[in-house]
Design a binder for this molecule. Sequence first.
Ligand SMILES: N[C@@H](CCC(=O)N[C@@H](CS)C(=O)NCC(=O)O)C(=O)O
Length: 252
Amino acid sequence: MLAGKGRKAVQYELYYWPTIQGRGEFVRLALEEAGASYVDVARESGGESAMMRLLKDERIEHPPFAPPFLKAGDLFIGQTATILAFLGERHGLAPADTAGRLWAEQLQLTIMDFLQEIHDTHHPIASGLYYEDQREAARRRAADFLKFRAPKFMGYFERVLARNAVGKPHLIGADLTYPDLSLFQIVAGLRYVFPKSMARLEKHCPRVVAVHDHVAQRPRIAAYLSSSRRIPFNNEGIFRHYQELDLTQQSN
Ligand SMILES: N[C@@H](CCC(=O)N[C@@H](CS)C(=O)NCC(=O)O)C(=O)O
């Protein structure tokens, strides 16, 4: 059991690949900020096999397509954004009104689009092929990503933050919501993947960086980040560092 000391009895089961942050990390961050009690099942002995069995289990009424998925009582919930909408509502990490909840979902889905494009910089042809088998395409894709797509996504979140002028670094209203946690993870991940390009890009999006810094300092998140529950970035996951893909163009 990975839940911290003094927490209530296990409430949630998170199923995700045990050696990477990946999409599961967006869920872990929400569980940690909520102070929720959870088991990161695939990191337990025999847990990965249990996860694979569940993915094929015909008795599950609403079967998830892929990890991450969350078991909450009798509910099985797949899709990162859907899991976060569920946890956000349950744990005060989402706006209470319909318009606000939809806005949070919209921002989260945009973050998931951004994440997919980050993944595609190192695997532009196929996830099932080795990076080494798609290196040239990756170089072209990363160059395009750094020149056009990363500035466009970051610029969008910068504008959203500028419009939400509440004096606090939050995407929605005056309180922290789950898209803030996910934006933190995007910045942390991009710093690992493209350290040189990110140093340049961050000069144009100080509000996004402020969200990152605020989230990193929240007591539960800070405790989580320095714990063994936080898997270090590595070159097996979505965020991978290949030096040759960083700063592949010089124009920004
Ligand atoms: N849209 C889904 C994507 C889920 C997904 O692609 N999961 C990856 C790991 S991060 C996986 O295991 N995919 C297996 C597959 O696509 O066959 C989400 O956001 O949760």
